[in-house]
Design a binder for this molecule. Structure first.
Ligand code: AHG
Ligand code: MN
Ligand code: MN
Ligand code: MN
Length: 331
């Protein structure tokens, strides 16, 4: 069958999407087009990321976003590039972005899809040339196509995602996504301007020896988490914390590991945002045989109550997510 062909390396993203479209759900071709639009924007952001220091687009933009964070110029540029690609692509009716307070209504009477996006993840790393990323979730709108956008269109539980993925602007640039039929990774060849299938059917190790948590806030962690981290040290696990969720998540997915951004006394819901960080990576995690919770429940089951709501995030190898939950239950 043709999908067998899809797993031979050397397949471009476009070809892969076409093969998959014939085999799977998005026969209409609209989701395929939306994925292509996202890939196009990521190529543009990749180029700008790679020359940030030269084009004077590093540093702060001079405004604060709804998160209370000082926006970086590349946050704003990436946001504009993805907005433009999604509105020109014609498949999207509404966008929720980390960098915009309100829902962006694209006034697109035929758009079937809603996108939640973190246009630039790991902003604190832009100026120091460390890997950064983009994270996106795709939903089908709930209310009738062509009718005014309603809040239920943009505040759906993660389990409703029809696709999700991330771009990692790292030592190489990769696009990793799922449409609910497994996870596939593509590596960008800048000289050709194409993403090529490099990581077919990604599966996460069930266990791992890498833990990613910002131990600078250790004193604010609950006792269960503290004892789990002490156990990691006793076992001499590797501590790896990049400060870019996409990069930590991608490494843990490939090698086995856990990323934790817990609730703390200062941040009772942690820092990471449900709609455009946790949900997208939780869908990828589960599709790759890994796990994602808020410490108590599956991320994908959380019913959103506000656009930019935060959630604690425990994501990575199943055995590690389960073990830290055990420590927290026992303490
Ligand atoms: P963003 O740059 O999109 O605001 O996200 C940053 C997130 C995540 O990428 C990273 O793992 C985490 O913030 C780092 O937070 P701390 O600096 O508090 O550890
Ligand atoms: Mn931010
Ligand atoms: Mn982020
Ligand atoms: Mn961001």
């Amino acid at each position: 069958d043709k999908s067998g062909l899809a797993y031979s390396v050397g397949v471009t993203l476009d070809r892969f999407i076409k093969i998959k479209q014939e085999d799977f759900t998005f026969a209409s071709g609209e989701l395929s087009q939306l994925l292509r639009d996202i890939a196009l924007a990521s190529k543009i952001v990749n180029r700008e990321t790679n020359r940030a220091g030269l084009a004077n687009i590093g540093g702060a933009f001079g405004q604060t976003n709804v998160q209370g964070e000082e926006q970086q110029k590349l946050d704003v540029i990436a946001n504009i590039r993805f907005m433009r690609a999604l509105s020109k692509g014609g498949e999207v009716c509404a966008i929720v972005s980390e960098e915009d307070d309100e829902v962006i209504d694209l006034q697109n009477k035929s758009g079937k899809y809603v996108v939640a996006i973190d246009p630039l993840d790991g902003s604190s790393n832009i100026d120091v040339n460390i890997s950064i990323g983009t994270i996106f979730s795709i939903y089908r709108r709930i209310t009738p196509v062509g009718s005014p956008i309603q809040i239920e269109d943009v505040m759906q539980p993660g389990a409703n995602q029809v696709a999700s993925g991330y771009v990692l602007y790292g030592s190489s640039t990769m696009l990793v996504y799922t449409t609910g039929h497994g996870v596939n990774g593509f590596t960008y060849e800048p000289s050709l301007g194409e993403f090529f299938l490099s990581h077919p059917n990604m599966r996460a190790p069930q266990n791992g020896k890498i833990y990613s948590v910002n131990e600078g806030t250790y004193n604010h962690f609950d006792d269960g988490l503290k004892s789990y981290i002490q156990e990691c040290k006793k076992r001499e696990y590797s501590a790896r914390y990049i400060g870019s969720l996409v990069a930590d998540f991608h490494r843990n997915l490939l090698k086995g590991g856990i990323y934790i951004y817990p609730a703390t006394a200062k941040a009772p819901n942690g820092k990471l945002r449900l709609l455009y960080e946790a949900n997208a990576l939780a869908f990828i995690a589960e599709q790759a045989g890994a796990k994602a919770t808020d410490g108590k429940q599956r991320i994908l089951e959380i019913m959103p109550s506000s656009l930019h709501q935060r959630t604690p995030l425990y994501i990575g190898s199943v055995k590690m997510v389960d073990e830290v939950a055990q420590y927290q239950k026992n303490n």
